[in-house]
Design a protein around this ligand. Structure first.
Ligand code: HEM
Ligand code: FES
Length: 345
């Protein structure tokens, strides 16, 4: 077994990342409170904390949602993608701080249970200007809680990757709820144009990045032309760097085509661990190594080296000169496929 094959490990890079993240968040909170207190001396510390935590969580949510498309557009953003879960949990803690402070401040002193109070103390669900925007924040917080609570690998394995992924796609619902929470909440009373403009710029940036990344992927997919028989021409062997892959979409499936030691193999691009992009990893010790947490797979069989038993689908592959042809029908995970051999010219 390779030393590089390990379930989610802690390494120096991750520690630096977490340290920077914690430092950045602390700095943001301190600066926000200090600058707001100087600009609005009448504001209480509770209000300033609610605002610091709320805006911090919302900014971090934008960053988290931008990382996916950014790393599809430019590989240099990939290190951010690998540690996105830590960002997510940090963002939830900030949102919890904001929601918790708000509930203690505005809903804890009455006869009703504070959470019930958030939902019913203002019954103006029929009014846009006076909508009980806190209820939208609470709904978003519940989704963020579910995501943070299931972010551990234990849940990924138990829920199965597709169910886990579906649950975590709810982040977009949470984002929509927070946008409404802010638009129907603070923005109703806000007279300065800066805040609606900032919200609009944030939404427009995310939308543009997602559209650009989707458009770029579609354009790449359209380049694929049908080859002989059932095989599909996907790229040129000379375009693939040694021990690296090209990621292509064949019949709707993301396939990683690896080049190594004069051979070409094609396997599913989706890591069994957490759906990480295998084609963005490389071959280490003869194995495709997932860039996210280091799970490894034999490129010819799609199977993890013993004693591990993860398997991904393999694809038939053939070379026609420099042209790489891939069979669009995936083989059952773990099926051995003879690699195509490059002929030295
Ligand atoms: C139990 C859940 C929540 C409650 C009760 C709640 C309550 C509030 C209240 C009372 C305000 C207005 C504060 C003010 O006037 O300054 C506010 C604003 C805001 N909330 Fe929430 N919120 C909740 C969840 C969330 C979540 C999950 C997020 C983001 C991830 C969020 C982001 C914001 C933002 C960005 C603002 C505007 C800036 C501010 O004034 O803090 N809130 N929220
Ligand atoms: S090793 Fe975690 S997603 Fe691949």
């Amino acid at each position: 077994m390779s030393h590089a094959y390990r379930a989610v490990g802690w390494n120096r890079q991750k520690r630096i990342y977490d340290f920077t993240l914690a430092g950045g968040v602390a700095l943001y909170l301190v600066l926000f409170v200090a600058v707001s207190a100087a600009l609005k001396p009448e504001a209480t510390i509770e209000t300033l904390l609610i605002r610091a935590f709320g805006t911090g969580a919302f900014l971090l949510l934008h960053l988290i949602l931008a990382i996916g498309p950014l790393s599809r557009l430019d590989r240099r953003f990939l290190p951010l993608l690998y540690n996105r879960r830590h960002l997510g949990v940090t963002m939830f803690l900030l949102a919890l701080g904001h929601g918790g402070f708000s509930i203690v401040q505005f809903h804890a002193l009455g006869d009703l249970h504070p959470l019930v109070s958030v939902l019913v103390s203002n019954g103006r669900y029929d009014s846009l200007a006076q909508f009980p925007f806190q209820a939208l924040g609470l709904a978003a917080l519940l989704i963020l809680f579910l995501m943070a609570a299931t972010s551990h690998d234990f849940w990924l394995a138990n829920l199965t990757p597709p169910a886990w992924k579906a649950l975590h796609m709810l982040v977009y619902v949470a984002y929509g709820l927070v946008v409404m929470h802010v638009a129907l909440g603070v923005l109703q009373a806000e007279t300065q144009p800066l805040f609606p403009i900032a919200l609009g710029v944030g939404m427009a940036t995310l939308l543009t990045l997602h559209l650009l990344a989707g458009w770029r992927e579609r354009a790449r997919d359209d380049e694929l032309t049908a080859g002989d028989g059932a095989m599909v021409e996907v790229c040129r062997a000379s375009e693939i760097a040694e021990k690296r892959a090209r990621v292509v979409t064949v019949a709707g499936e993301r396939v990683a085509v690896f080049r190594y030691d004069g051979k070409i193999s094609a396997i599913s691009n989706v890591c069994r661990h957490q759906n990480g992009p295998l084609g963005e990893g490389r071959i280490l010790d003869g194995c495709v190594t997932c860039p996210w947490h280091g799970f490894q797979y034999d490129p010819a069989t799609g199977a993890s080296p013993p004693p591990f038993d993860e398997k991904v689908a393999t694809f038939g592959v053939r070379l026609d000169g420099d042209r790489v042809l891939v069979d669009p029908r995936p083989n059952p995970p773990g099926t051995h496929v003879e690699p195509a051999r490059l002929v030295e010219s």
